[in-house]
Design a protein around this ligand. Sequence first.
Ligand code: CTP
Ligand code: CA
Length: 227
Amino acid sequence: LLLDRRPKPLTGKTIIMTSGPTHEPIDPVRYIANRSSGKQGHAIAAALAKLGATVRLVSGPVSIPDPEGVTVTHVESAREMRDAVEQFLPADAAVMVAAVADWRTANEAGEKIKKKPGEKAPALQMVENPDILAGIGHSKLRPRLVVGFAAETQDLLKNARKKLDKKGADWIVANDVSHATGVMGGDRNAVRIVSRSGVEEWPDMSKGEVAERLAARIAAALQAVEV
Ligand code: CTP
Ligand code: CA
């Protein structure tokens, strides 16, 4: 048996992550959610841990198990996710994969909303949720490397480039979720890494392969003097 005694490339590095959807309550039995299985985010967390990183994963409600070697904080809503993420600052990197609900209901009902004969359907008042990635990207405690995701149905690269600045991110991992690409909930993904120095197009591969390649790229960036 040969033991690999080389130090792992991310040993000593702390990385904050988000994954999965958020649930925004309407009343005690109903919520608004986003389509996200957590598969891609959880795979990235596992891949980073395999390279030696201390990974603080804040996960929304998912039906997949916690990734191996990772500390997981389970939350429901965007505001809970933001609070958990902020507790883990400072960190060397942040990788925000969660599909955060952009809006929540303005006034969550304390009791189950009941149908009443003759009354019309209730209207939902919505307010915007905090932007967790932008909060980290523009924070005084900003990690050296900040990575966001962008799922788009149109103008993929244009929208991803805009998000670099809006979010204060170094890279946006962009994927096209238009038509029946099967990315949402599926096991494969075709992404582009958008940074200020250009666009890298990756071929279609499994979410596990995307995770390993991204983890290796993160390790290289954190080892370099400049990100
Ligand atoms: N994000 C976040 N908090 C939010 C919304 C998004 O942290 N309230 C993060 C996501 O985790 C992702 C990135 O921001 O890494 C981009 O999410 P996306 O939904 O594509 O961007 P938005 O700014 O919400 O823009 P829009 O949905 O209008 O395209
Ligand atoms: Ca959004």
